[in-house]
Design a protein around this ligand. Structure first.
Ligand SMILES: CSC[C@H]1O[C@H](OP(=O)(O)O)[C@H](O)[C@@H]1O
Length: 343
């Protein structure tokens, strides 16, 4: 299930806050509304918010297409800043915005505003189209690591709903399933946003991939019982030494996997790798509202005035990661050395 559609130069997003109970599409014609959709997690997932921001800039270009060039460029720059200010951790957001900025910088002196608009729209479409092919290549590489009959544990949602289609970690799972490897997935519910129970379980059931939903606190006991052969997760930002920022709870899973000698894989497109930062210590961890912890949908599950903590991500040290799967190949035992020799 794709999270977004670009039709008639309008962006449609499925409201992931309502899944799996309701499949509601929202149409966007204004970049400021797109920014709110990213901030409020109507759309989420590193590659998905990158592509969404790119389409947001395409909508801005279409909105300002009748302006003089200087004013047009100023408006697009402002739109880029608003979109960049939505969520801080997933580097794909900034990668996509910078790619659009670079396109403008390269062409602004040699083309008219209408021509620049067409280039911006096409670039956004290309980012989206490329993402699907990237995920399928990553899936194929990752499937080489998945043994016949594997019991795979995954966390959060790194599926089609977190990308333009097919998914990163779930892309590996889809590829292994398509190769008839007879796999089964344990999906961790992933409190507090519940991407695992609401989105991953939903996606895998739609694709008839065997999946069992578990609560996050069951992971260790599953591993102790020998019921998990490998763990595979997505990523929001990978540092130059292979440290990985991903959904809160990923770090704990990596420690459990290490304790039980279970391979821990990260599926991440090159656009998620941030070589500008040396280690995960430099990654900004988004903190979200505490209401997302003390409520599920509209139901309080704690006292209304309870104090809560809500880091939306954590950082897994590269020492806990068996391999990082990309669309250009697999980085085994990620470290500063293996990462730099890969690029
Ligand atoms: C394909 S990577 C998706 C990545 O994004 C998720 O975070 P969020 O749902 O808050 O956007 C989670 O970290 C996933 O691994």
């Amino acid at each position: 299930m794709r999270p977004m559609l670009w039709e008639n130069r309008r962006l449609k997003l499925i409201n992931q806050l309502l899944l799996p109970n309701k499949e509601e599409w929202i149409e966007y014609s204004d970049y400021e509304d797109v920014a709110l959709a990213i901030k409020n997690m109507i759309v989420r997932g590193a590659p998905a918010i990158g592509a969404t921001a790119a389409f947001g800039l395409a909508l801005a270009a279409l909105k300002y297409r009748n302006l003089e060039k200087d004013e047009f460029l100023e408006k697009i720059d402002n739109a880029a800043k608003i979109l960049a200010n939505t969520r801080p951790t997933a580097v794909n957001l900034f990668w996509a915005i910078q790619r659009m900025r670079n396109l403008l910088e390269l062409n602004k002196d040699n083309f008219t505003v209408p021509e620049l608009v067409e280039k911006i729209v096409r670039e956004a479409e290309t980012i989206a189209e490329d993402d699907v092919q990237i995920n399928k290549k990553m899936g194929a590489y990752g499937a080489t690591l998945i043994p016949e009959g594997a019991q795979i544990y995954t966390h959060c949602n790194a599926g089609a709903l977190a990308t333009v289609d097919y998914g990163t970690a779930l892309g590996v799972i889809r590829s292994a399933h398509e190769q008839n490897k007879n796999i089964h997935v344990y999906a961790g519910e992933t409190r507090p946003y519940l991407q695992g129970s609401r989105l991953t379980t939903f996606e895998l059931m739609k694709d008839n991939i065997p999946v069992t939903l578990v609560t996050d606190n069951m992971a260790g006991f599953l591993m102790k019982q020998g019921k998990v052969h490998c763990v595979i997760v997505g990523a929001d930002r990978v540092a130059a030494n292979g440290d990985v920022a991903n959904k809160i709870g990923t770090y704990s899973l990596s420690v459990l996997a290490k304790e039980h000698n279970i391979p821990f894989y990260v599926a991440a497109p090159i656009s998620t790798i941030d070589l500008q930062i040396d280690s995960g210590d430099e990654i900004e961890i988004e903190e979200r509202g505490t209401e997302e912890v003390i409520k599920v949908y509209d139901t309080f599950i704690a006292p209304k005035d309870a104090v809560a903590y809500h880091p939306a991500f954590d950082v897994t040290p590269h020492q806990n990661i068996t391999a990082i799967i990309t669309e250009k190949g697999i980085i085994h035992k990620p470290s500063k050395e293996t990462m730099s020799s890969f690029f």
